[in-house]
Write a protein that binds this ligand. Sequence first.
Ligand code: SAH
Ligand code: SF4
Length: 373
Amino acid sequence: MSNKQLNDFMPGGNMTDNKKNFIGMDIEQIKQEMVMIGEKPFRAKQIYLWIYSKGAKSIDDMTDLSKSLREKLHRNYCVSRPYITNHQVSKDGTQKWLLKYKDGNEAEMVFIPEYDRGTLCVSSQVGCTLTCKFCHTGTQKLVRNLEISEITGQVIIARDMLEGWQLNGEKRKLTNIVFMGMGEPLYNTDNIISSLKILTDKNGIAISKRKITVSTSGVADQLERLGSETNASLAISLHAPDDETRTKIMPINKKYNLDILMDICRKYPEISNTNRITWEYVMLKGVNDTNEHAKLLAKLIKGIPSKVNLIPFNPWDNSPYECSEPEQIQNFAKILLKNKIPAPIRKTRGEDIMAACGQLKSESERIGKWQKK
Ligand code: SAH
Ligand code: SF4
């Protein structure tokens, strides 16, 4: 284990089993715990700051608590981060971590540095049930929701690894978060909403609300809650402007078709107080990339403050599609621009370490099979 990651997590035989993890608790929950063990509620604030503002890796780090209180806390609580099982750095500076959770399941997170910001792409589930035809994660069979401690734990590890907790006047490297890693965030809405509250709390991790984006394949009936309870920016994985094409590549379109999805999207900026919706559009040669598709797309989102991210398809082993020709991606963008819709073409990052959009897939399937034996 690297020195940077010493914490109460013990892979294999585990001393933290049955202990409650402070990571993932909000201030109110910690207060309740303190009351339960007969301590004054104000202790919660101290513990909270240690975890989310000073990056404590263990109860022993909390040096302004008495030794006897620390011993008492040790009996029932821990500070447990996911365990880093692999870390790769791309030649373009992108970094990818494979994180293992207590039950042996794994999920990946990716950090993408840019000149004016650094974006952490976090996972919301191990695997994904939605089987979009172009996505590697969708081929992973074993799926479970990540817990609040496992979602916030990703950001905490990134802060440990990238910049530390106390900055001496330097700028933060990690400024933005996107829920675009493994999984469908809106199949895990409760935990995403609770995690967002912790990640944006000014007394703790303090990532600006406006710099967090949740990406969904279009789970329409969760959007109202996401917008009203979090004000998160929204990215919709649209990928096709008509039901026929969309259903072919995204089976979720059978449940929430474009009529249903667009209806709630039109209301989203107002519900959430955000200024626009980002539409993600993966460019698949001969499938969704003709000029006709571009015109239909412009028509579909007309009137909604929008940006379209055109994503060159990232291939993976035996993937069934090819990326559109660069010239056609340009044509597509031009048609959108003519309709006054900004349409940047996303630069592929971290491809050499399989960290680009849609390439993430952990080995948890194998662990799942092994556990069933
Ligand atoms: N499940 C959520 C968030 C994770 S996917 C969602 O679908 O929105 C993050 C983004 O990567 C989505 O827009 C997804 O459609 C896109 N993506 C998936 N596979 C891809 C691939 N092979 N190449 C490029 N983008 C891909
Ligand atoms: Fe799941 Fe998103 Fe991949 Fe579709 S694109 S399979 S929703 S992770």
